[in-house]
Design a protein around this ligand. Structure first.
Ligand SMILES: N[C@@H](CCC(=O)N[C@@H](CS)C(=O)NCC(=O)O)C(=O)O
Length: 222
């Protein structure tokens, strides 16, 4: 049995720990959660993740939920994944950066991509999406300005923050958001795609998608 098990869904924010585990060269198994079959709401899964979401990382010590906590944990087990902070303030600045992704950017992304989870009807959904796009604009500038001093979120050193910011990029691309206004973020995404560990993670994520397609749970991508 592997040291860790990551429960994930293709395209979901479980890509963040997936890329991190690949970057670390960790020993882990990957388990597919089929939202369409309600696997994230089954009692055995809820016993490990009461909120019924992905990602879930099962560690030798027990299950761990929430991307911020999983990133913090992986950063301790594999020190190359996060900057090693000098003191409480520096440490919590890193937590704040992770929380910026999880608590500020991610909910806006959800409203941009999945307004149907928020309100009923096409007009209300279009309005939720438009508001979310508007809210994302100044935040995208914050990210872009930060990455202009890159190549990575923390300058010369790659970290889990880069995996998180790259997942957000994936979600805001291709939905009408003006990503062309964020050239540094686009360059960051390209640099991410050139990393062998990221390529391995994306291939595993694509394999999960293919399993959903093979089961007839999602339409086959053209
Ligand atoms: N704050 C949570 C957010 C997790 C989350 O919203 N995951 C989404 C996928 S990106 C999910 O599982 N959605 C399924 C659902 O809510 O039913 C974290 O950081 O882990």
């Amino acid at each position: 049995m592997a040291q860790f098990t990551l429960y994930a869904a293709p395209g979901a924010c479980s890509r963040v720990p997936l890329m991190s585990l690949e970057e670390a060269g960790a020993d882990y198994d990957l388990e597919l959660i089929r939202f369409m079959k309600g696997e994230h709401k089954r009692p055995d899964y809820l016993a490990m993740h009461p909120a019924g979401k992905v990602p879930l990382l099962v560690t030798p010590e027990g299950p761990l939920t929430q991307n911020v906590a999983i990133a913090r944990y992986l950063g301790q087990v594999f020190p190359k994944l996060l900057p090693q902070a000098n003191g409480a303030y520096e440490a919590e600045k890193i937590t704040a950066d992770l929380a910026f992704c999880a608590d500020t950017l991610h909910p806006i992304v959800t409203r941009m991509r999945m307004p149907m989870f928020m309100v009923e009807g096409p007009e209300a959904q279009a309005s939720v999406k438009a508001k979310a796009m508007e809210a994302m604009q100044p935040l995208a500038k914050v990210v872009n300005d930060r990455l202009a001093n890159g190549p990575w979120w923390y300058g010369e050193t790659w970290s889990i923050l880069d995996a998180y910011i790259y997942w957000i990029w994936f979600r805001i691309s291709g939905c009408g958001f003006p990503v062309e206004d964020c050239p540094a973020w686009a360059a960051h995404a390209e640099a991410m795609q050139a990393r062998p560990a990221v390529q391995r993670a994306l291939a595993k994520d694509a394999a999960l998608q293919e399993r959903l397609e093979a089961d007839g749970l999602v339409p086959k991508k053209a």
